[in-house]
Write a protein that binds this ligand. Structure first.
Ligand SMILES: Nc1nc2c(ncn2[C@@H]2O[C@H](COP(=O)(O)OP(=O)(O)OP(=O)(O)O)[C@@H](O)[C@H]2O)c(=O)[nH]1
Ligand SMILES: [Mg+2]
Length: 220
């Protein structure tokens, strides 16, 4: 059974229940460009000014994909180790995780495994097929690139449900595509979970997740 979401409001569309509200979390080392990616995606702005994130911040953005409107609630977290205790309480209820490293910083690539583990533990996710989108950011800085394609492909291959994009928040390359991929991955993950559910058509089944969601007033 898939990890059930607690933040997702549901709307009925035609034949089935479709999610319309997704919690997307951005994780990765400090300085890799998480805030820049979120700002580029939500406001189409980019700044060279360095403002380290402290704890977490979130922004919402609506997006239409395959005829359905999604509200993405994007949670941007602080990558610096000293802020760990401020960011981890916000992992729970994530629907999809965007893992970010910088193509110009080897350490940020080598730390990806650490970020995955931190996410699984603090989000309390037990399904290793949870959807991830991996972003190799700063693709514009070609002269400073230190992580090669082969090692990235190998990392992605070893993750059960991960897709990879090279992005540039600075040049606005692949940013929207990566967020659309996150929606896509989430959709497929949910459909797979539903198909695997042996009680999916049982009329006596009580959907406790649905009841819980109905009673929720907060998305955090
Ligand atoms: N060349 C280049 N620089 C970028 C890109 N994205 C971000 N930067 C720069 O990298 C620095 C760090 O960006 P942030 O978005 O603040 O990084 P962060 O991951 O949010 O860092 P923390 O908040 O400390 O976790 C800033 O100076 C950005 O201008 C990019 O696509 N290309
Ligand atoms: Mg930041």
């Amino acid at each position: 059974m898939a990890n059930r979401r607690t933040t997702t409001m549901q709307s009925h569309t035609g034949g089935g229940i479709r999610a319309s509200f997704l919690k997307v979390i951005l994780l990765g080392d400090g300085m890799v460009g998480k805030t820049s990616l979120m700002n580029r995606f939500v406001t189409n702005k980019y700044s060279e000014t360095l403002l380290r994130t402290i704890g977490v911040e979130f922004l919402n953005k609506d997006l239409i994909v395959n005829g359905q409107t999604y509200t993405l609630q994007i949670w941007d977290t602080a990558g610096q180790e000293q802020f760990k205790s401020l960011r981890t309480p916000f992992y729970r209820g994530s629907d999809v995780c965007l893992l970010v490293f910088s193509l110009t910083n080897r350490e940020s690539f080598e730390n990806l495994e650490y970020w995955k583990k931190e996410f699984f533990y603090h989000a309390d996710v037990h399904n290793y097929e949870f959807p991830f989108v991996l972003l190799g950011n700063k693709s514009d800085a070609t002269d400073s690139r230190v992580v090669n394609q082969d090692e990235i492909e190998e990392f992605v291959r070893l993750c059960p449900n991960m897709e990879y994009y090279e992005t540039s928040a600075k040049k606005n390359e692949n940013v929207e595509k990566a967020f659309i991929a996150a929606i896509d991955k989430f959709q497929k993950f949910e459909e797979d979970a539903l198909n695997k559910d042996p009680f999916k058509n049982d009329p006596n089944k009580v959907d406790l997740d649905k009841i819980k969601r109905k009673n929720r007033s907060c998305n955090c």
